[in-house]
Design a protein around this ligand. Structure first.
Ligand SMILES: Cc1cc2nc3c(=O)[nH]c(=O)nc-3n(C[C@H](O)[C@H](O)[C@H](O)COP(=O)(O)OP(=O)(O)OC[C@H]3O[C@@H](n4cnc5c(N)ncnc54)[C@H](O)[C@@H]3O)c2cc1C
Length: 417
């Protein structure tokens, strides 16, 4: 193999597509039975980050925009204003995204391997020489010239000895089980504003009849009539790279879901006849390991809208920090602008043939709470795929790739920089 991409979430999908379109032999390894990670298996059905919040300037193009276009073309997506002022999102049918991602990867020529966990990593003299894959055939090893860690959790970077952190002054963001309900009278339910809903949650908690850990969660309509998606559950204090803690979080997330469903049915008009049709197959994980790369994006960079000479993606999404309290911390990019994610934030220290893409980028807790938006994770994936191709063409280590050439190549693929 020329390039192996570990993890098929938003970032990994776009990394595999761009690397394969660059003419390279690519394998995409995914532990679950579908592509998309948080975007599908977790049920998070709205892409944010394509537009700046107030000006509505589109700042992400390339493969992510192609994917969004295919969903719209299939009549499986619509634009929607964010409940918290974070701009316009693209809400889509999760089942359709599974197919769109899969078809796009296969059409690119990349090979796809499901139900396979990347486990151990072999390293020699600063280079990964192989990754052990665990699946129904036992343990097998795959080797490539360049590896892209898109596991969200930085599994490969961590196991190859690249430095990482899990939290600085702040705790890791909370986890959420997303749930879908059907048979909702959405016209009636929409009459209860977000503020009124939050007040009802507070009142329900005060009454002692309900235990609702997050009081400002929200629901929204989906492309399917009468079906809504809800992001209300909050499971705090969990390190999702600890499998036992993650297991308990899944149990807690489903238990909280039942409580929120009971609350909605008993306390909110429009939900009286509704029923639960689905929960995340994998609880939503916002933050685990963040690698320490050649540059560490900071919350200051985000809020001040900093641009970098090696910028490979634009982001205008606010810091959205889901702590353990009942509220969420929102901090907006100044002047409704955007900042750059630098290429160096995808380049881990110490390991010379590895890139990361997605929510495990090199960023502080606060900066990751902005850069982790799905449009940016896809954009990082595309950039990592192109960078891997360029490093092979130039026969240089990934940290020595010409960022001028990388940016030129990205622009030629309709990436907005
Ligand atoms: C509850 C929640 C709500 C959110 N809401 C929004 C929103 O409304 N809009 C928005 O834009 N963003 C939102 N986000 C953020 C965004 O969805 C994620 O940050 C982004 O999708 C992460 O993409 P990723 O590819 O980096 O990681 P992930 O989505 O975590 O994908 C990682 C993939 O790698 C696979 N994997 C992991 N480890 C291994 C391994 N060792 N071997 C093989 N495969 C592996 C996983 O199965 C998964 O498919 C939300 C996130 C959460 C959790």
């Amino acid at each position: 193999m020329d390039i192996v991409v570990l993890g098929g979430g938003a970032a990994g999908v776009c990394a595999a597509i761009s690397a394969a379109r660059g003419g390279r032999k690519v394998l995409l390894v995914e532990s679950q039975g579908c592509l998309g990670g948080s975007r599908t298996a977790t049920g998070v059905d709205t892409f944010y980050g394509f537009y700046t919040p107030k000006r509505q300037e589109r700042i992400v193009g390339g493969i992510p925009w192609e994917i969004a276009g295919q969903l719209t073309h299939a009549n499986a997506a619509f634009e929607r204003t964010n409940t918290y002022g974070a701009g316009t999102g693209i809400t889509y049918d999760v089942e359709m995204l599974k197919v769109v991602y899969e078809q796009a990867v296969l059409a690119s020529g990349a090979e796809l391997l499901y139900h396979t966990y990347a486990s151990e990593v072999h390293v020699s003299e600063g280079l990964i020489t192989g990754v052990l894959l665990a699946n129904k055939q036992g343990l097998t090893e795959v080797s490539a010239n360049v590896y892209i860690d898109a596991t969200g959790d930085g599994d490969i970077a961590a196991r190859s000895g690249a430095p990482f952190e899990k939290s600085d002054t702040n705790e890791l963001q909370s986890l959420s089980t997303i749930f879908f309900m059907a048979n909702v009278d959405t016209a009636a339910a929409k009459l209860v504003s977000h503020q009124k809903l939050a007040a009802k949650m507070k009142e329900a908690n005060r009454s002692g009849q309900f235990v609702l850990p997050r009081e400002e969660g929200s629901w929204h309509i989906t492309p399917n009539p009468g079906v809504i998606q809800a992001n209300m559950v909050r499971v705090s204090g969990v390190d999702a790279t600890d499998p036992y803690a993650l297991t308990l979080a899944e149990v807690e997330g489903r238990s909280q879901t039942r409580e929120y469903v009971r609350f909605l049915k008993e306390c909110v008009s429009g939900f009286e006849q509704a029923f639960l049709v689905g929960t995340s197959h994998h609880i939503g994980v916002r933050e685990t390991r963040r690698i320490i790369g050649e540059y560490r994006l900071t919350e200051e960079d985000v809020v001040e809208g900093r641009k970098f000479g090696d910028g490979i993606a634009c982001c205008g999404a606010p810091v959205e920090d889901h702590g353990s309290g009942k509220d969420t911390r929102w901090v907006y990019v100044s002047d409704d602008g955007y900042y750059h994610i630098p290429y160096r934030a995808l380049v881990p220290q110490k390991v010379n043939n590895l890139l990361v893409a997605g929510r495990c980028l090199s960023a502080t807790h606060g900066a990751q709470a902005s850069a982790r938006n799905s449009a940016q994770c896809m954009a990082m994936g595309q950039a990592a795929g192109v960078a891997a191709v360029v490093s092979l063409e130039q026969n240089v280590q990934v940290r020595s790739v010409s960022t001028g050439l990388l940016r030129e190549r990205l622009r030629s693929q309709d990436v907005i920089l």
